[in-house]
Write a protein that binds this ligand. Structure first.
Ligand code: AP5
Ligand code: MG
Ligand code: ZN
Length: 221
């Protein structure tokens, strides 16, 4: 299965992608996570990306397309993939189609997690990330068993450097502008499915499962 997961910052892309990648055994490819690794490693690309990310802007298309091209060459993508946070512009979507055409593959479904702007601000400002394994929590909606400590690896929970309210509002504005043309693009291809992301995490997950199960059933019939 080749899947895309879309939504505003804080809509729950990463949260749902983690569950989905486990259930369907797909590599979770989050361009945001990949950029954060490059920043941590202080590569040239990471240093360039840092400025864009911390100001709430997008990293240039050519950089992102290069990152995805590299990633698709890895073995684990041969069985399918779950893209989180890519494409984010129409140029990226068109380039993705070209890459997939060369690989004789198509996108099976684009899952759009729809959540209102005020709600996502609340979600992002309450998000905490494990410094050790990257697991994501929320101080109210998805708290760890012990405050400030990761359930899986006992690592310290911290806030992402782009999760302050000012940057969050900018990220939302930038992404909302791009979403319109992306949603039209995928709707035109007949592969867009929208779920109500205001629901609790488990309900969003079962709604996505239903969509994917119906999809595989219609592929068999
Ligand atoms: P990225 O890391 O992708 O950030 P983002 O799009 O802003 O999205 P987030 O990761 O903040 O949110 P999410 O939807 O994953 O939500 P989560 O599941 O964590 O990208 C970062 C930056 O990199 C971009 O701003 C850009 O600069 C750059 N970049 C990346 N890709 C790019 C591209 N293709 N082109 C150009 N630039 C690019 O959930 C959020 C919180 O809410 C968590 O605390 C979670 O526990 C909680 N939560 C989740 N679901 C629910 C629910 N249903 N109910 C209650 N709480 C919930
Ligand atoms: Mg994310
Ligand atoms: Zn951890």
């Amino acid at each position: 299965m080749n899947l895309l997961i879309m939504g505003l910052p804080g809509a729950g892309k990463g949260t749902q992608a983690e569950y989905l990648s486990t259930k369907y055994n797909l590599p979770h490819i989050s361009t945001g996570d990949m950029l954060r690794v490059k920043i941590k490693e202080e590569t040239r690309l990471g240093l360039e990306a840092k400025g864009h990310i911390e100001s709430g802007n997008l990293v240039p298309d050519e950089v992102m397309i290069g990152i995805i091209l590299d990633r698709f060459n890895k073995r684990d993508c041969k069985k399918g993939f779950l893209l989180d946070g890519f494409p984010r512009t129409k140029v990226q979507a068109e380039e993705l189609d070209k890459m997939l055409k060369e690989l004789n593959r198509t996108i099976d479904a684009v899952i759009y997690i729809e959540v209102g702007q005020e709600k996502v601000v609340q979600r992002i400002t309450g998000r905490r990330i494990c410094k050790g394994c990257g697991a994501s929590y929320h101080v109210i909606f998805n708290p760890p068993a012990e405050i400030g400590v990761c359930n899986s690896c006992s690592g310290q929970l911290i806030q992402r450097s782009d999760d302050n309210e000012e940057t969050v509002r900018k990220r939302i504005e930038v992404n909302a502008i791009q979403h319109q043309s992306l949603l039209e693009y995928y709707n035109g291809k007949g592969c867009l499915f929208t779920v109500n992301g205001s629901n609790p995490i488990n309900k969003v997950f079962t709604d996505i499962e239903t969509i994917l199960n119906n999809l595989s059933r219609s592929a068999v019939l």
